[in-house]
Design a protein around this ligand. Sequence first.
Ligand code: ZN
Length: 381
Amino acid sequence: MSAPSMFPTTVVGSLPRPEWLLEGISAFEEGSMTGAQLKEYYDEAVVLAIKQQELAGLDEVSDGEQRRFSFLAFVAERIPSFKLVPTAELMTRDAERYARSMNLHVGVISNPIIVGKIERTAPLVADEVRFAMERTQKPVMAPLIGPLTLLINSWNSRLSSGYYRAPEDAFGDLTRLLREEILALRDAGASFVQLDEPAVGNFVDFRYTKWLLALNGWKLGDLGELHRVASELVNRTVKGVTGIKVGVHICRGNWRSDELHYSHGGYEKMIGEILEMKVKRLVLEYATKRAGTYRVFKDNPWHGEIGLGVIDVKDPRVEAPREIVRRVEEASKVFGAENIVLNPDCGFASGRPWPVVTRQIAYAKLAAQTEAAKLLRKKYA
Ligand SMILES: [Zn+2]
């Protein structure tokens, strides 16, 4: 089944896990459930997530990232070159200070730390996508961690320098790992690969990045360097890749907090890096007012597709379809209606322990997005 030619609808990836899945995971961790039983729970949760996306009328679906601890940490669940380390174990005095300033609940965060030479000894997500594809006629997109976000979370001076003396020494192996995964996703038949790069979104406000760098023992002088390498890492990752559409998703992170503690600011602070990225689609937050206006792209045109964030995933209020239509119409003047794909600002539960809204609200929002797309097609197609 192919997507409609105008205003196709999709997701950014994650969806809240059902309560029974979370209970199953706890039971497995406590030893009262076997790995085989837990796998059945995961399989059922993916089937349910797909069915609910179909009922919400989406043109393209994901597996809801049901099997992942988080959009980032899952790397360590699949590849032994990385080890999942609770950030509480990495804390330094500076990191404590930054975490406090953002009201960050570090107790629930674990990062995949590099503890060996990076090699793709197993699939990262291609097997997930293959499972999902066998259970739906709809195209299946694949969210995959982006190279900058993975690097700044995973290279730790204490634990990784024996394998890569400095972060830049890991560039080659890390981008090769992601490129090999993209090619496996292409071969599996995924419709779209989305590189998740909240680290680029955090260029609007370096508090979160400073926390991460303090945690991992990077020099703070490295902040300016991150701007320089953001597009370089993405371009090295997609170099030579053909036969599959690849995009970059930029947001400012997605955990439960109040608006005051999220970063604010438009894409002006990273527009140069964004325009250098050799990808087909940008998936951007735009429903939240914190993401600024479209003006920056009026002055600096992007000549590709736009995955336009039309749903505020952190606001429990379900948007009215007409409100979404207005957002798209305004964006069309800058990006061109033919380039717009409708999606929420981010995933609805980018980490297992921190869904931002309930499952019911998430699916109601996706259904509103579908209604908006229908109204738009009626008007413009
Ligand atoms: Zn996001």
